[in-house]
Design a protein around this ligand. Structure first.
Ligand SMILES: Nc1ncnc2c1ncn2[C@@H]1O[C@H](COP(=O)(O)OP(=O)(O)OP(=O)(O)O)[C@@H](O)[C@H]1O
Ligand SMILES: [Mg+2]
Length: 277
């Protein structure tokens, strides 16, 4: 596999146990999109994407969602972030049914989450300087500029960037720097759960290894819970303890990441693995 020459960081689970109340619970979730089929009807029709998705993520765990492009990985994250309402099923985040709470209660839940979106280039507002990009989540919470600057200096150090970067705009940054800025923005408010959507797919191989090491370091130092979305089994192996394998919106396999890779049960998982070895 691609990363076999990099030493796997055997850091293990840092806290928690499966008996504790899970941080994320999906219960029989069905979700999809309304799409306009222009030439057939003027009414949008429903396209189902997720089918009967159930899983739990416990405190301190590192869970990967694996599957090929279009499997519905990002759609799971949209449902979790309350950007896409499921048709059926329940989603609990920090013990609350997120589609039944609102206002301050909802804001308190999302304050405990950091999110690194897919595609760093497109996820950063090209007109904002890094300082404004990092300030955005804190400003919304009424945190003053001086407090922010102190936090920004710390978080930039944590992600391996110098403070000079604060004055840059995204176009002036390399792909690796952009990804580090997105990670900084996701952790600046000290979340408990960090969600990373394809954290390495836009990067070249040596940069991928650096970002993997960085995510593992942050996980360990900040005692986080990780949810990692990837189509790349090697990335999952380096970042996760456990994985669910998604195929066309359905979970076909679930288990310890090393087990899944060395002893896959489902044909689709075997196919994914054979294309990476
Ligand atoms: N806003 C949308 N409107 C309509 N269909 C969508 C929308 N977003 C995604 N889809 C469709 O839903 C399916 C799942 O998409 P999703 O983005 O969740 O896949 P993914 O597993 O994240 O893929 P990738 O690895 O390419 O990011 C795809 O068929 C996609 O075309
Ligand atoms: Mg995606």
């Amino acid at each position: 596999m691609k990363y076999l020459n990099y030493r796997k960081q055997c850091i293990g689970r840092i806290q928690g146990s499966p008996d504790m109340e899970p941080i994320v619970v999906f219960e029989n979730v069905y979700a999809g999109y309304s799409v306009l089929r222009r030439f057939r009807s003027i009414k949008p029709s429903y396209m189902g994407v997720l089918r009967n998705i159930s899983f739990k993520l416990h405190r301190g765990e590192r869970l990967a969602i694996i599957g090929e492009s279009g499997a519905g990985k990002t759609t799971i994250i949209k449902v979790l972030l309350r950007l896409l309402k499921p048709r059926r099923g329940r989603v609990l985040v920090f013990g609350k049914d997120i589609y039944r709470v609102s206002g301050d209660e909802l804001r308190r839940i999302y304050w405990r989450i950091g999110y690194v979106p897919q595609d760093p280039g497109r996820s950063l507002n090209p007109r904002l300087r890094v300082e404004d990009i990092l300030y955005e989540p804190l400003e919304a919470q009424g945190i003053g500029w001086d407090t922010f600057l102190e936090k920004a200096r710390n978080v930039l150090r944590e992600v391996g960037l110098g403070t000079y970067i604060l004055e840059k705009i995204p176009d002036q940054l390399s792909g690796g720097q952009q990804q580090r800025v997105l990670i900084a923005r996701a952790i600046i408010h000290d979340p408990e759960l960090l969600i990373l959507d394809e954290p390495t797919s836009a990067l070249d191989v040596s940069m991928q290894a650096q970002i993997i090491n960085l995510i593992n370091k942050i996980y360990r130092d900040k005692k986080l819970t990780l949810l990692i979305i990837t189509h790349d089994l090697a990335v999952a192996q380096y970042l996760a303890d456990r994985a669910i394998v998604l195929r066309r919106g359905e979970i076909v396999e679930e288990g310890g990441i090393d087990d899944i890779i060395t002893n896959p049960k489902h044909e689709y998982t075997k196919l994914l693995i054979s294309s990476y070895i």
